[in-house]
Design a protein around this ligand. Structure first.
Ligand code: ZN
Length: 245
């Protein structure tokens, strides 16, 4: 079984369509680590696609906020404005779907998915020190999102290793999973990458070959950014797409 692992789509339809086209033929099922909406200008189309195609989706902090299940006090100004705008631009069907998304971690065929960390859906696992605390707590393989940084960490009783990010000229890189480690794998963000690479990020997990392939794909950033500005969403949400941070 091969899984398309996506996370942090953030209402970016151009990025999502580029990922789906790039991944065509490479997967059997779709799994989503949350933050389907928030920030971008196409929440309805993004939610429609994930609702129809993902076998399982955990809720992200933005999904929760849009659905009214989290208070906005801890969001910055742009995220707050985008949350309120997103609420107004979603159908009842998709608002109800977001509100019903389960909290991670969730078990999927022998691996797990979570938004932030396996212990706390809102926690950012950014550094090896963050990851180290999960040794003995996380299972053999957990896919996480939330940081918008592709890669992840290998946990071992002797220490933690960060997985090297892709170079600018690379579009794909295979990574072999090992029985010796627990793996925290972040597919990166489809719709708002923050790892200084503006290309849409995702991963393919091949459960039979015990292999994860990290992938990047360019998309029409200008179109996604223009829609954000035309919608009256905060300008930095458009500019950061070009910067990839
Ligand atoms: Zn996010």
């Amino acid at each position: 079984m091969r899984y398309l692992i996506i996370s942090d789509i953030h209402s970016n339809l151009e990025a999502l369509e580029a990922v789906v086209a790039d991944a065509a033929g490479a997967y059997d099922e779709v799994v989503c680590c949350g933050d389907v909406v928030g920030y971008g200008a196409d929440p309805e189309a993004a939610a429609d696609w994930v609702r129809r195609h993902a076998r399982i989706t955990v809720r992200g902090n933005h999904d929760k906020a849009v659905a009214g299940a989290a208070d906005l006090e801890w969001f910055n100004e742009a995220a707050q404005a985008a949350t309120l705008w997103t609420r107004e631009n979603l159908s009842r069907t998709n608002l109800d779907w977001l509100a019903a998304l389960p909290q991670g971690p969730l078990e999927v065929d022998g691996f797990e998915i979570a938004h932030g960390s396996p212990l706390d859906e809102d926690e950012y696992i950014i550094t090896p020190a963050h990851a180290r605390r999960l040794f003995g707590q996380a299972g053999w393989l957990t896919f996480i999102g939330h940081t918008h940084i592709q890669g992840g960490f290998l946990l071992h009783r002797n220490g933690v290793r960060a997985i090297e990010p892709l170079w600018e000229m690379e579009t794909r890189r295979e990574f072999e999973l090992s029985a010796d480690y627990a793996h925290l794998i972040n597919p990166g963000s489809v719709g708002q990458p923050r790892d200084h690479d503006s290309r849409a990020a995702y991963a393919i997990y091949d459960a039979d070959k015990k292999r994860v392939e990290f992938r990047r794909v360019p998309y029409d950033i200008d179109a996604a950014a223009r829609k954000i500005l035309e919608a009256g969403l905060p300008e930095p949400l458009a500019y950061r797409l070009r910067l990839g941070r």
